[in-house]
Design a protein around this ligand. Structure first.
Ligand SMILES: Cc1ncc(COP(=O)(O)O)c(C=O)c1O
Length: 405
């Protein structure tokens, strides 16, 4: 199957508008992806026809919603190839998923003097929850560094692991450097030492085929809004052997089996980790986003994104004074850079005037900024609905802006 970008773009009406009098070029896909019509229509259909709170009633609307919510769980299970749908927990996004793992795994398995390992290239969402957990449990956070190409120093991992190491949490793909980390190798090294691994898949799930059983990862988290679904919904996959033993994260309705003032007993997974009314419309929308990806051939879309990213890198490298941060061998469609003499915020504002949406700032990754001694960066990130012509316009815009400074 070869992909037809012109047709695909018709599914994304948001891309057809002008911004500041220029055709919109959306290169901020690592922040959030746009939604195709089938997702928009699914959400609308649900809101128009079926809204009823799940699992709590016997009436038609509640049953329809419950059915669709549980079907969405099954769609996600297949998407990541989990062993059973009970291992798929709906959250509000990657951030909540990682907080859930850190809190509940920490409470269940981490004690005073233990150690947790993250990497130097993590998003703040995969640093702060672990720091908070380490503070609560009296544990120490250790950091696996990366080199100036943006490659993790995986050969140092084994030495970093000790008898006290309880868990390792690492990004599948870096949101700043674009590095696709060798997570299978990391998991193997960790498992040999009996240490479970949590994967922050926020930037991995949208672009890379995931098979949690083949990877043998213990946890894998991602967000709906980065895989063509709505905001406010996310996934935390966890192996049953951990989830069964971990205490709940939030308390409330649905996560209980029986409540008395003397003692509350908890529900089975996945419900134990889904307190309160979940964002079921979001879950249904996210499942439609997954179906959209699969219908259009995930491998072909990823191949196209990869080629586009290689093309964009080659064009940006033609610009004198432009430095790219992160040139790992295996990269996804994320290019972070600075141009000598131009502040990233000025660049972002002026590009917006030209209809080009990119991200500027510290990219929720202060340690990466510190590694390169940067205050901030500019980031362009691509999706399958972007085109080489858009890359050329981006290049031309940068050349024009460079001449202005
Ligand atoms: C690598 C990575 N992890 C975690 C997150 C947090 O995702 P969310 O804001 O959807 O919770 C992001 C968001 O950009 C990310 O890129």
């Amino acid at each position: 199957m070869s992909i037809d970008i012109t047709n695909i773009r018709k599914d994304f009406p948001i891309l057809t508008q002008n911004v500041n009098g220029k055709p919109l070029i959306y290169f901020d896909n690592a922040a959030t992806s746009q939604r195709p019509l089938p997702v928009i229509e699914k959400i609308k259909e649900f809101s128009v026809k079926y809204n009823g709170n799940i699992h709590r009633a016997t009436h038609f609307l509640a049953n329809k919603t419950t059915e669709a919510f549980e079907e969405s769980r099954e769609t996600v299970r297949k998407f990541v190839n989990a062993n059973e749908s009970a291992e798929i927990i709906f959250t509000h996004g990657t951030t909540e998923s990682l907080n859930l793992v850190a809190y509940s795994f920490g409470k269940g398995f981490v004690s005073e003097g233990d150690e947790v390992i993250v990497t130097e290239m993590e998003h703040h969402s995969n640093i702060v929850p672990w720091q908070m957990m380490c503070e609560r449990q009296g544990a120490t956070l250790k950091v696996l560094p990366f080199d100036d190409n943006g490659e993790l120093l995986v050969d140092q991992l084994d030495a970093l692991i000790t008898d006290k190491t309880k868990i390792i949490s690492v990004a599948h793909v870096s949101n700043t450097l674009g590095t696709i980390n060798p997570i299978a190798e990391i998991i193997q090294i960790a498992h040999k030492r009996g240490v479970p691994v949590s994967i922050d898949g926020a930037q991995g799930a949208p672009h890379i085929n995931i098979d949690v059983q083949a990877l043998d990862c213990d946890f894998y988290s991602f967000s709906g809004h980065k895989i063509y679904g709505p905001t406010g919904i996310g996934i935390m996959y966890g192996k049953r052997k951990w989830l069964d033993q971990m205490p709940p994260f939030l308390g409330g309705g649905e996560m209980i089996s029986k409540v008395t003032f003397a003692k509350t007993t908890y529900n089975v997974i996945p419900f134990k980790f889904e307190a309160g009314t979940p964002h079921y419309v979001g879950a249904i929308g996210m499942a439609e986003g997954i179906r959209y990806l699969e219908k259009n051939g995930r491998a072909e879309l990823a191949k196209y994104e990869n080629e586009l990213s290689i093309y964009a890198t080659s064009r940006l490298k033609q610009i004198a004074g432009l430095r790219i941060y992160g040139e790992a061998l295996h990269k996804s469609g994320v290019i972070s850079f600075n141009i000598e003499g131009i502040h990233p915020f000025d660049l972002g504002t002026l590009l917006d005037q030209m209809g080009i949406a990119i991200r500027t700032g510290r990219l929720c990754a202060d340690p990466v900024m510190d590694h390169f001694g940067c205050e901030s960066m500019v980031r362009a990130s691509f999706s399958f609905y972007n085109t080489p012509e858009e890359v050329d316009s981006f290049y031309d815009a940068l050349i024009r802006l460079k001449a202005m400074f």
